[in-house]
Design a protein around this ligand. Structure first.
Ligand code: YXS
Length: 259
């Protein structure tokens, strides 16, 4: 069974997450397939991409594949982590990517859809930022992705509570673009895709890159970066990080000690 399905109708490309057994967890294999599909679209005349899961899913994606996270003493979200590569690929893909959501979205999958250009979700969709639940030290560019989609106050609430928020709340705070009833979701999304595809792909791809450069233009001094990396190392070297990963695998609540 393929981890994703890929199809193209004229200038609109569609990628369907297809690993329901693992709730479309963003494993190295799934991310590699996603990046390959985007590269193929880049080499073709696709002018807009729709990223979705199979119709009727309860979970759009359960986030990073926890079984592939290190159990300690190694950065779980280093530069070459599959999730980091996927986010960068989405952000630099020349055509707009529309994330079409039904079901719940977890952890790194929330960052993935926020790295897309437009997010359209059903009213039943939910979004949960999970690092604190697992004891994971999120990385700097990942937090920038969240900050570009919501105020720092909203990001703090999502990150500190690790509690799902509704599509309605996410839209109200500007994290997602539209909330559309399930029965209208596909039509609404494809109509927006067709509108985009009828506009100038060159103008759009340059504006997308300009907005990426501007959104990422936050001064971080080398000293500031090194301080952040040192703080993250304290977390991924901690008892709590190893406990979070172990507890998930043991299917039990974690016992955090704050060290
Ligand atoms: O026990 P089996 O082998 O059947 O596998 C189960 C789950 O272990 C597996 N699965 C996952 N495997 C790896 N990574 C995952 N993220 C993941 N999520 C699920 O899929 C099989 C079915 O899951 P199950 O029985 O729990 O399904 P359910 O319907 O009862 O519950 C659905 C969920 C999504 C509520 C539940 O699976 C869940 O809470 N999943 C974990 C969500 C999560 O914590 N995601 C964050 C991953 S870490 C990440 O994204 C970043 C590193 S960070 O932490 O920084 O955000």
């Amino acid at each position: 069974m393929e981890l994703i399905e890929v199809r193209q109708a004229g200038p609109v490309g569609t990628i369907v997450l297809n690993n329901g057994r693992k709730h479309n967890a963003l494993s190295h294999a799934l991310v590699t397939a996603l990046i390959g599909a985007l590269q193929a679209f880049r080499d073709s005349d696709v002018r807009v991409v729709i990223l979705r899961a199979q119709p009727g899913v309860k979970v759009w994606s359960a986030g990073h594949d926890v079984s592939e996270l290190p159990e300690g003493r190694r950065d779980p979200l280093g530069w070459d982590d599959p999730l980091r590569n996927l986010v960068r690929t989405l952000e630099t893909h020349p055509a707009p990517v529309i994330a079409m959501i039904e079901g719940s979205v977890w952890g790194g999958a929330v960052e993935t859809i926020l790295a897309c250009d437009i997010v359209i979700a059903t009213p039943e969709s939910t979004f949960a930022v999970i690092p604190a639940r697992l004891g994971v030290p999120y990385n700097l560019s990942g937090l920038m992705t969240f900050m570009s989609a919501g105020s720092v106050r909203i990001v703090k609430e999502l990150a500190f509570t690790a509690t799902p928020i509704s599509a309605e709340r996410a839209e109200r705070v500007g994290m997602i673009n539209h909330v559309v009833p399930l029965a209208e979701l596909e039509t609404f999304t494809h109509q927006m895709a067709a509108t985009i595809a009828a506009n100038s792909p060159l103008s759009i791809s340059v504006m997308k890159e300009q907005l990426r450069v501007l959104a990422g233009a936050k001064p971080v001094s080398p000293r500031g970066f090194e301080k952040v990396q040192g703080l993250r190392r304290v977390v991924y070297d901690s008892h709590d990080y190893a406990e979070g990963i172990r507890a998930f695998k043991d299917k039990r609540p974690p016992k955090y000690l704050g060290r």
